[in-house]
Design a protein around this ligand. Structure first.
Ligand code: DGT
Ligand code: CA
Ligand code: CA
Length: 575
């Protein structure tokens, strides 16, 4: 899949144009940014779209005009983009790595380059260590310390990418393998199958009687940057997206055993194998064997678990967090399923920092089969996102009213906001405006550097207003980028229960907030959860599965999910 590299180049071009001339290129910069977002969240490979449908197919994508389509074509044909290469000569800076560090935006990256000669992470580390950051005007010891923490967070996460990057890539590989015609079955295992929030490497299992052909096709896949080991039963490659991928060709008869083994997690497997040994069995990737090495079962995962006296359990639960004990007592809960979600209660439009109009978002939501979705734009204090005032919301809601009449019986658009929870715990819009909404999503975006008590008080006060329906991304963490702000989750969940505020499971791949362990903890309270995409364009409605996977990893059932309710019941719950 080449989406990642294309998106990176578009973003890179936008960044460098921004630096080149702060006031010019505005339109062009926005076009590149929008295209990067589109390509990045696309689940299908742009290379494949181009191969099948040419420039026309590319131009059907949101935000891709003829000029940008030609850039993608150029990349598909040559593996590079002239415009990007030219700009890069002027700014030989590793923007991608540097701007991923908390507190460094493109402008700071340029200043670090022009004033200190910082081009990459190594240079930055040297600059931080030598104390030269604090000497720049506008910087101090504090900002230098923040950068240092940002660097160490980034280094500790090195080598793992988000599920939102890994899963589409793994699916692309599966499709390519099946398309060769030499593969009978191909399936994702490992952490990707468990829907873990980050993935260290992708693990794929295939059944084929032409393994050498399969390995050949795999090694030639367009997302592969190098081949690490190539053999007839196992091949390991390095992918352009920055992680490795193991492909194993296995015997058809050991499919179930291999799937169980390579799905993991390692800790889950260790626990299951210990039980097998206690019962006089031997369990490995080839099968479950009895006393004299007699095969008991190997074809089917479910039967293997059953022979061990356990219920089958969803891969998302296999982390050795008590699921084995439950399975032995036949008490595996029924988890919310990927098809159970009927709506989305947190999305953005062009009026603020979204990329698409409310009409376009409605069209995409209909395509996804949603019964309803809430348009929840940012509020006035959040200036960088063009947050809206009371009057702007009133005007925007008239548009929604009109659209709802047009779309009656097809989809329902709920009027809402992602309202800022200000420093003192008050909400960023007046009571009258908030009361006019169907769905009020509260969120912290500013002054995040508070003590745990202060932050918990602040959020609790906002929920106590009685005006909020959902608390968005409760911890504010960004995977591989920044830690969440400090909160007392027990107090927050208790307060949410009291005020009937749902806690969000934000599906944005970088967020997944609340995460699996937080969900387990919060679900001890009688609180509902809302699994939302936080979509900023039409494609991002597809993020929903990452949130559902996270909810399943937190053992949630459908009855705990607000947006698994049909419209009539949801309306009552929100009222
Ligand atoms: P990752 O790649 O770090 O995101 O996490 P996984 O879980 O995909 O780990 P990986 O790729 O090292 O191994 C895939 C699965 O293979 C793992 O979940 C369980 C199984 N496995 C690997 N090593 C061992 C082991 O030493 N013992 C057992 N019982 N299973 C193992
Ligand atoms: Ca793996
Ligand atoms: Ca692996």
């Amino acid at each position: 899949m080449m989406n990642k590299r294309v998106a990176e180049m578009f973003n890179g071009i936008a960044l460098m144009l921004q630096v080149k001339n702060e006031n010019g290129f505005k339109f062009e910069i926005r076009a590149y940014q929008r295209a990067a977002l589109t390509v990045d969240s696309l689940q299908q490979d742009v290379g494949e779209i181009y191969a099948k449908q040419g420039l026309k197919g590319l131009m059907d994508l949101p935000g891709i005009g003829v000029g940008l389509a030609k850039k993608i074509e150029e990349f598909a044909k040559t593996g590079s983009m002239k415009k990007y290469d030219e700009l890069k000569k002027e700014y030989p800076i590793d923007f991608k790595t540097l701007t991923a560090i908390e507190g460094i935006g493109p402008k700071t990256a340029i200043r670090l380059y022009s004033e200190l000669g910082v081009k990459n992470l190594d240079d930055l580390k040297t600059a931080v260590e030598s104390g030269s950051i604090r000497k720049l005007s506008g910087f101090g010891v504090k900002s230098e310390q923040d950068m240092k923490e940002g660097i160490s967070l980034m280094e500790s996460s090195k080598g793992r990418i988000t599920l939102g990057e890994a899963l589409p890539e793994a699916e692309g590989i599966i499709k390519m393998l099946l398309d060769t015609g030499f593969v009978e079955k191909a399936i994702i295992s490992g952490s990707t199958r468990r829907m873990r929030e980050t993935v260290g490497d992708i693990d794929i299992l295939a059944i084929s009687n032409r393994p050498e052909k399969v390995m050949g096709a795999f090694a030639n896949f367009n997302g592969v940057s190098s081949i690490i080991v190539k053999g007839p039963t196992k091949t390991t490659v390095w992918l352009d997206i920055g992680i490795g991928c193991d492909l194993r060709v296995i015997e058809p008869k050991s499919f179930g055993a291999a799937l169980q083994y390579f799905t993991g997690s390692k800790n889950h497997n260790i626990k299951v194998r210990t039980i097998a040994i206690k019962k006089g069995f031997k369990l490995n990737e080839y099968g479950l064997f009895g006393k004299n090495g007699v095969l008991v079962s190997s074809l089917d995962e479910e039967i293997i678990y059953r022979r061990l006296g356990m219920q089958w359990m969803p891969p998302e639960m296999r982390e050795d967090r008590g699921e084995v004990e439950l399975a032995r007592k036949n008490m595996i809960p029924e988890l919310v399923d990927y098809g159970d979600i009927l709506g989305d209660l947190h999305t953005h439009t062009k009026e603020t920092d979204g990329m698409d109009t409310i009409d376009e978002m409605a069209g995409a939501a209909i395509k996804k089969g949603l019964e309803y979705f809430a348009a929840t734009n940012h509020t006035k204090s959040l200036k960088i996102a063009k947050g809206m005032s009371e009057t702007q919301f009133a005007k925007f809601f008239k548009k929604i009213d009109a659209l709802n009449i047009e779309l009656e019986g097809i989809i329902r658009i709920l009027k809402g906001a992602e309202v800022d929870i200000l420093k003192d715990g008050s909400l960023d819009l007046d009571r009258k405006t908030l009361n006019s909404m169907d769905c009020v999503v509260g969120a912290v975006h500013s002054n995040t550097n508070m003590s745990e008590k202060e932050m918990t008080d602040r959020i609790s006060k906002a929920m106590d207003s009685g005006l909020m329906d959902i608390l968005a991304h409760p911890t504010g963490r960004l995977i591989n980028e920044r830690e969440g702000y400090r909160i007392d989750l027990d107090r927050i969940a208790e307060c949410a229960e009291r005020n009937r505020v749902a806690l969000e499971i934000n599906s944005y791949p970088k967020r997944l907030d609340l995460n699996d362990t937080d969900i387990m903890r919060a679900s001890k309270y009688k609180v509902m959860f809302a699994i939302n995409t936080d979509a900023h364009n039409t494609d991002q409605f597809s993020f929903m599965r990452y949130g559902v996977g996270t909810a399943r990893r937190g053992w949630l059932g459908k009855d705990r999910i607000l947006n698994a309710l049909p419209m009539d019941k949801l309306e009552k719950a929100l009222a």
